[in-house]
Design a protein around this ligand. Sequence first.
Ligand SMILES: [Zn+2]
Length: 302
Amino acid sequence: MASKKNVIPALIFVACLVLILPAHGAGIQVTWDSDAVVPGSIVMVSVTTAQDLAACEAVVGPDRFPLVKVKDDRYVALVGIDLGEKKEIIPVDLDLFPFGEETPYRLRADLEVRQTGEKPPVQNLSLPTGMVEFSPERLKRIRKDNAELGKSLAARTRARFWDEGFLLPVPGRISAEFGVRRVLNGQERAPHSGVDIAANQGTPIQASNHGVVVLAEDLYLMGKTVVLDHGWGVNTLYGHLEGISVSEGEEVNRGNTIGTVGATGRATGPHLHFGAYIRGIKVDPLKLIEATREFSSSGQVP
Ligand SMILES: [Zn+2]
């Protein structure tokens, strides 16, 4: 089936809200790709204005964060849409602070969540019983692991530690996509929270971007795991490592080796489990790479 997207120019899929500020006559445009507003995805909301701004901030749910200036007149925010999102609208409030003015202008972008109605594919896995059914002791350990992992993934550092886009941490084939339904020994479990990249045991894993190591631990299910806080509310996770070569609190640069591919924890063979989180919302890591492609070292926080 030919995709409609190949025929119709991409612009058609861009929802557009134009506001003119009467006091200045300056046009301010707020745009986003309405096609991208689906569960598990990332939406880039852009504010384009000829006015000089001292700052531009977004308020999404409980979070307030600065937009990034990517061009002279364009500011962007990344908004994560949860995989299980049931809301019809995600409101994004945008506060613009023009130079020399005390009060900000507030604009509102209502992101309309599109439910595709498509059921993600099912992945059936056969695992040792000890990796699917747990004794009370084991369950206690897993809950403790999850609490620590949850804490590291919820980090919402306001400052941004990166300029360039995110990179794929190891070259390789995607062996399990984000969001696939997981059936383990015949029992349906939570959907896949990242992407699996098939790679040989011992392949070096690169940090997807600049960041700080907020977790470097051996967890029962995720195996040896590293979580990086990249700032601006973006975190990435690397699981099932053979070895970890960084420690908590350490700063890493984009492309630095943080460990090697393995099969520790609940894994059927060597691969990297790569996860991405935007202000605590798990999103498709491939979409993070795609969404940040246009960031360059010229990008700056106003
Ligand atoms: Zn995985």
